[in-house]
Ligand binder design. Structure first.
Ligand code: NAD
Length: 375
C-alpha cells in the first residue's frame, strides 16, 4: 500500500467522523476484509457482515465505509441507543468459511461489545453459526437469537409504503393499489405476503427462476421478466434486491408514483433522489424504513427484549409519516430531509457524549436494567 492510499483513507475517516477502521487478514483461512466502526456515541455499533466477490480492495473498503455510515443514520432515525458499523470480507474461491467466520467471531469478541455483528449478503445461517461459536456479540440464527429479522424488515417497508400512500392520497384502499416488488428473497417474500394479505395487486421479479416459481406457487402472483419491472405501471415500486439500482437508466423508465424498498443504498448517487423528486415521484428513503431487523436485533442484544413485529411496523410507520409530511410541506426531496435529520441527531448524540461523565457504551448498557427505551 503506497503512502497516497493511507492519506486518502485517513481523510475519508476524518471527513465522515469514523471512529475506527480495522484491516483484517487471517493466515489460517485466508480471509481478508475490513471492519469499520462509524459511531458509538449513543451505544454499541451494530452492523452486518457482507461477503462479496469485490473486484478489488478499494471497492470493498468504500462499500464498508458507506454501509457503516448508513447504519449510524438508521440507528439515529430509529431512535436506537446504538450506532453503525460494517464488516466486509472479500469472497474468493477456496475460502474456508467455517474458519473465516470463527476468526471474525474472535475479532468481534475482542471488542467486548463495542461492535455487534449480524447477517448481510453472503452471511446466512451457517456463517452466523460459525461466528457465534467464538463470540457472544453476534446474532444467533437459532431460537436463542432475536428471530423474525426478515419479517421485521418487511414490516418496516410495508409501513413505509402505507405512509407514502396515505401522504399522497389520504387513504390506503389496498385492492385498488398495484405494487411491483423487485427481489423475492427473504425480505421481498415477506413483503409480498403482507401485501397479498391486505388485498393489494402485486407483481414481482427476481433473477432466480426458483424463487419466482416458489412465489408463484405460494401467492399466485404475477411475475415480471427481470429488468422489465422498472417500467411496469404501478402505484408503488418496491426494490428489495440490491443497492445502487436507481440510476440514470432505470429512473428514465420508472412508471411509479412511489418508490419504497428495503435494499440498502438504493440511490446510485444522492442526486438521483433529487431527480425522483423533480419527476414527481415520492421516494421513501430506505434508511428510514429498512431498519426493522436492526431494531429487533439491537433491542434484543441491548435489553434482552424481542420487540413484536407489529410494534416495529407501527414505530417505523409513525416516523416515516412524520418525515414525509415534513418533506411535502417544505417541498424538499425526502432523502434530503432524512439526511438532514440523521445529521442533526448524530451531532446531538456526539455533543451529549462529549459532555457525558461516563463512556456512552457503559451508559447505554446500564439502561438495560430499565428495559428498552421509549423513543
Ligand atoms: P436475499 O439475498 O434473501 O434476496 C435478494 C433477492 O434479490 C434474491 O432472490 C436475488 O436473486 C434477487 N436479485 C438480485 N439482483 C436482482 C435484480 N437485479 N433483479 C431482481 N432480483 C434480483 O436478501 P434479503 O435479505 O431479502 O435482502 C434484500 C435487500 O434488503 C438487500 O439489499 C439487503 O441488504 C437489504 N436488507 C435486508 C435486511 C434483512 O433483514 N434481510 C435488512 C436491511 C436491508
Amino acid at each position: 500500500m503506497g503512502p497516497g492510499m493511507a492519506v486518502h483513507v485517513l481523510n475519508a475517516l476524518a471527513r465522515e467522523g469514523f471512529e475506527e477502521l480495522v484491516a483484517l487478514h487471517d493466515r489460517r483461512s485466508g480471509l481478508q476484509g475490513f471492519l469499520a466502526i462509524h459511531d458509538t456515541s449513543a451505544g454499541p455499533a451494530f452492523g452486518g457482515i457482507r461477503r462479496f466477490p469485490y473486484s478489488n480492495e478499494n471497492r470493498a473498503l468504500v462499500d464498508c465505509l458507506r454501509l457503516a455510515r448508513a447504519m449510524t443514520a438508521k440507528c439515529c432515525l430509529a431512535g436506537l441507543p446504538a450506532g453503525g458499523a460494517k464488516l466486509v470480507l472479500l469472497d474468493q474461491p477456496g475460502l474456508d468459511l467455517e474458519r473465516a467466520y470463527a476468526y471474525l467471531g474472535e475479532v468481534t469478541e475482542r471488542l467486548q461489545g463495542r461492535f455487534y455483528a449480524g447477517p448481510d449478503m453472503g452471511t446466512g445461517m451457517a456463517e452466523l453459526s460459525a461466528l457465534c461459536s467464538t463470540t457472544r456479540f453476534a446474532t444467533d440464527p437459532g431460537p436463542a437469537g432475536p428471530g423474525e429479522l426478515a419479517q421485521a424488515t418487511a414490516a418496516g417497508v410495508f409501513a413505509g409504503i402505507s405512509a407514502a400512500l396515505l401522504a399522497l392520497d389520504g387513504d390506503l384502499d389496498w385492492p385498488r393499489r398495484r405494487i411491483v416488488v423487485q427481489g423475492l428473497g427473504a425480505v421481498g417474500t415477506e413483503l409480498v405476503r403482507r401485501l397479498v394479505e391486505v388485498g393489494a395487486q402485486v407483481a414481482a421479479s427476481d433473477l432466480d427462476p426458483a424463487r419466482c416459481a416458489a412465489a408463484e406457487r405460494e401467492f399466485g402472483l404475477e411475475l415480471l421478466p427481470p429488468g422489465s419491472e422498472f417500467g411496469a405501471r404501478c402505484d408503488v415500486f418496491s426494490p428489495n434486491a440490491m443497492g445502487g439500482l436507481l440510476h440514470d437508466l432505470t429512473l428514465a423508465r420508472l412508471s411509479a408514483r412511489i418508490v419504497a424498498g428495503g435494499a440498502n443504498n438504493l440511490l446510485a448517487r444522492s442526486a438521483h433522489g433529487d431527480r425522483l423528486h423533480e419527476a414527481g415521484v415520492l421516494f421513501v428513503p430506505e434508511v428510514l424504513i429498512n431498519s426493522g431487523a436492526l431494531i429487533r436485533g439491537a433491542l434484543f442484544h441491548l435489553f434482552g427484549h424481542r420487540e413484536p413485529v407489529a410494534a416495529i411496523e407501527g414505530r417505523i410507520g409513525d416516523r416515516a409519516s412524520r418525515l414525509l409530511r415534513e418533506a411535502l410541506d417544505e417541498g424538499l426531496p425526502p432523502a434530503r430531509v432524512a439526511q438532514r435529520e440523521a445529521r442533526r441527531l448524530l451531532s446531538q448524540r456526539r455533543r451529549e457524549a462529549a459532555h457525558a461523565p461516563r463512556p456512552a457504551l457503559e451508559r447505554s448498557l446500564g439502561a438495560a436494567e430499565g428495559g428498552p427505551p421509549v423513543c
